[in-house]
Design a protein around this ligand. Sequence first.
Ligand code: GTP
Ligand code: MG
Length: 199
Amino acid sequence: LFAGPVSFLKSAPTLEFIPDPTVPEVAFAGRSNVGKSSLLNALTNRNGLARTSNTPGRTQELNFFEVGEPMRLRLVDMPGYGFAEAPKDMVKRWRFLINDYLRGRQVLARAFVLIDSRHGIKPVDNDIMDMLDAAAVSYRVVMTKADKIKATDLEAVAARTAETIRKRAAAHPDLILTSSEKGMGIPELRAAVLEAIAT
Ligand code: GTP
Ligand code: MG
């Protein structure tokens, strides 16, 4: 599927603008700068498909990408959360947008929650996992930027993260360890996306 065409469909600042729910969707959530857009590019093997940046908060809308010909899947790059300089009204808008999307989107097959390998789970990550559990959207945790830490540290943070999510209702028990930079874990992520939309 990922060898075929992939294209940007649209950016939706509010739910009015999201596309008709005609195909399964898989969404990518995570703290700002965690590497969501980079991971989407690695997943689809398209550099520059999703805009990446060093400035936190670059992605502020729901961005929809279409995969396959005929189209079989939409990937959703979600706006990042939890950066310090975010104005209060922006955080509020984010919460409403994400909550409405998660609760109302029947075609949403699975979410991937990205966690920075160097930092592990932060309180804001628990907030979004609470929202996912409450909306009964199944999700799987993906550790990003694994190239940035030593293998032994990665093992430790992955073990700690796995332990934390075991108690969660809608979380997949297994993590995926990735580096968009090195291509690590990308085949596993592709398989997990396909598994999520398999009927
Ligand atoms: P927002 O859109 O602001 O929420 O950020 P994002 O989660 O989409 O992060 P983005 O993909 O833009 O990446 C943020 C920064 O991290 C960029 O400078 C990337 O080059 C870098 N980055 C992303 N993934 C990796 C990785 O696997 N390894 C390394 N070393 N750097 C990465
Ligand atoms: Mg982004």
